[in-house]
Design a protein around this ligand. Structure first.
Ligand SMILES: [Zn+2]
Length: 508
């Protein structure tokens, strides 16, 4: 890595990998570059640009003589860093070793940054016997550093780096050798592609990649990438996600509830509001929720009857001047006593609930989704293509399937139903009852399903390995990747898997 000049226009003073833009001459240097059969024209041009930049900035020469001998100090001394690169190499009989350069990652600068870059990050093994020497104008102090050391120094405040560099090192840190890195790149496509998004945590700029939990919420709230959204979980203030969707988180954070239960309001001051999941019976939370709706709640919908979702419904109803109906599904006979619930009216699958104001309608379509609980339902906000997923899909944790009210086969079937709803209604975002908004809805659902089936395979293997084993034995085997303190809860989902497997075997 090298340190950029303090007066550079982009990332001044940051430690970076050498690099720069593609020159017209890079594309015309193909004839003097070696290439892999699988290396496309664009990748070859990028590799040539990387070889040229490495030479101009650091005097590293990734080239070979006709007899295959790598370039050495004599070659480096003979070439001028500021003269046309390819022509000099050709005159000296050198072939550019572009076939040794691989594509590692594809970074696109965040939407909110004034300068936009679309950058391949490339990797190659350092040629033997060479030592980097910085040009002293753009780059300074070349340093060989282990990814973990660079990250530790950055943490300590002595090695400034920008986000893509940090995240690239975090990935590189996981490889044990240069060989492993190059192997991972053999497929000729980036190991990852990312266009990060920025939000505020404790007031400070914080960036996230696509796979991170806050990414979807930032995409929904700030599609153009403006850094305006606060990601701190607060229970004392509603968060406006869209003009017509507000979230208020209940003060019940915990192992099972994450940051707390998300209560949602859908509507506007003219139409009045539909309240989704009032949460536990927490008077202050219900007060704030009621106030966020200006007291004008037209319906209260509960996604299911667990104690962190529905007990607030009756007291919230009682606070309203015109009492809104409580809607949902009655708890089944299988529900635990704390989850008993009767709505004022039972909902039907595909039924629509809407509120209408000054030319604006907000319509929720009901999707019955048993699995997490027998009386679980999800809601699609049709005008905006949003899915309120209750506890069926969560962000940051995996929902528990607790038999007999929970049922694994129902859960998986409901995931399929949600996936179909995403197609039908062009749903991009999922608003869960716990955690931030999820983006790329269909991918999130597919990941969940894959995760469950993977777990099922582990459960099956555990049962085969210990046919006479107890649930305690099987949880230790099938949930060996989950902290032991979570095993009592995991055992409920394990039971759901076991029951499903037994039902599948019995052909029931
Ligand atoms: Zn629940």
């Amino acid at each position: 890595m090298t340190r950029r000049s303090a007066s550079a226009s982009f990332a001044p003073g940051a430690y970076v990998f050498p690099g720069g833009g593609i020159d017209a001459a890079d594309a015309t240097a193909h004839p003097i570059a070696a290439r892999r059969a699988s290396q496309g024209d664009l990748h070859l041009t990028q590799a040539i640009a990387a070889i040229r930049e490495s030479f101009e900035e650091l005097g590293v020469l990734l080239a070979r003589h006709a007899d295959g001998r790598p370039a050495d100090d004599a070659d480096i001394a003979a070439l001028k860093r500021d003269a046309p690169f390819a022509a000099q190499c050709q005159a000296r009989g050198l072939t550019l070793a572009a076939d040794e350069v691989y594509l590692l990652a594809h970074w696109i600068t965040d939407r909110d940054l004034p300068r936009r870059f679309d950058v391949p990050f490339l990797v190659a093994r350092m040629p033997p016997g060479q030592a980097p020497v910085a040009d002293g104008s753009e780059q300074f102090e070349p340093v060989w550093v282990q990814p973990a050391d660079a990250l530790a120094r950055h943490q300590a405040g002595t090695f400034f780096m920008i986000f893509p560099t940090i995240r690239t090192l975090e990935r590189l840190e996981k490889f044990r050798s240069v060989d492993e890195v190059l192997q991972a790149c053999a497929a000729e496509k980036p190991v990852w592609t990312s266009c990060p998004r920025a939000g505020l945590l404790r007031g400070a700029e914080t960036r996230f990649m696509e796979h991170e939990s806050a990414y979807g919420e930032l995409a929904l709230v700030s599609p153009d990438g403006q850094m305006v959204h606060h990601l701190d979980w607060r229970t004392d203030e509603p968060v406006r996600l869209l003009r017509n969707v507000t979230r208020l988180t209940a003060p019940n954070p915990g192992v099972m509830t994450g940051p707390g239960t998300n209560s949602y309001l859908v509507g506007d001051p003219d139409s009045g509001y539909i309240a989704i999941d009032p949460g536990p019976n927490e008077p202050e939370h219900l007060q704030r929720f009621w106030r966020a709706a200006g007291g004008d709640i037209r319906m209260i919908v509960c996604t299911h009857s667990h104690p962190d979702h529905s007990p607030g419904a009756r007291p919230l109803q009682a606070m309203c001047k015109v009492q809104p109906p409580i809607l949902g599904l009655s708890s089944a006979a299988t529900a635990r006593p704390a989850s008993e619930f009767r709505p004022d009216r039972e909902l039907n699958n595909a039924e629509q609930l809407s509120v209408t104001g000054a030319g604006m309608q907000h319509s929720l379509e009901v999707l019955l989704t048993p699995g997490h609980a027998a009386n679980h339902l999800c809601l699609v906000l049709l005008e905006d293509g949003l899915l309120f997923s209750g506890d069926h899909v969560l962000n940051g944790s995996t929902t528990v399937i607790d038999p007999p009210d929970g049922n694994m086969t129902d859960y998986l079937d409901s995931l399929d139903a949600l996936n179909a709803a995403c197609d039908r209604h062009a749903i991009e975002f999922i608003l869960p009852a716990h955690g931030y908004v999820l983006g790329s809805a269909k991918d999130a659902i597919a990941r969940l399903k894959a995760h469950r089936l993977q777990r099922e395979a582990k459960v099956m293997a555990a049962m085969r390995q210990r046919p006479d084993g107890s649930m305690d034995d099987w949880v230790a085997l099938a949930y060996d990747d989950v902290p032991q303190r979570m095993w009592p809860v995991a055992q409920r989902s394990l039971l759901a898997h076991v029951q499903r497997l037994e039902a599948l075997q019995g052909g029931r």
